[in-house]
Design a protein around this ligand. Structure first.
Ligand code: ZN
Length: 103
């Protein structure tokens, strides 16, 4: 298993299905190199998901160069570990597969 500190990013993927469609939502934690990981959100659904807060909407203010909802959250490696375990537990409890990508 790869050491967590060596991974550039870890992505927790959640899939939601509607008849004929499957959407994926994901949280990407990027290694900032100082034991902190920056969280951003993404989705392949046809809605704008704010990368900073994960809610539907477009919150980036290009003039100010910042998000109106605040800067993306950063977490410690320990907190990220907890979230990964939580992700796996929730997926298993709901009968789904836990998908975690490491790159
Ligand atoms: Zn936002």
């Amino acid at each position: 298993m790869r050491k967590m500190e060596k991974a550039k990013a870890i992505c927790l993927v959640e899939k939601k299905e509607k008849p004929g469609m499957e959407y994926a939502f994901w949280q990407t934690y990027r290694n900032l190199g100082n034991k902190e990981w920056k969280l951003t959100y993404g989705s392949n659904a046809r809605v704008n998901i704010c990368p900073s807060c994960g809610k539907i909407g477009f919150h980036f203010n290009a003039e100010k160069g910042e998000y109106s909802c605040g800067a993306p959250e950063t977490v410690t490696a320990r907190e990220l570990g907890k979230r990964i375990l939580n992700h796996v537990r929730k997926r298993l409890e709901t009968g789904g597969a836990a998908e975690i990508q490491c790159f």
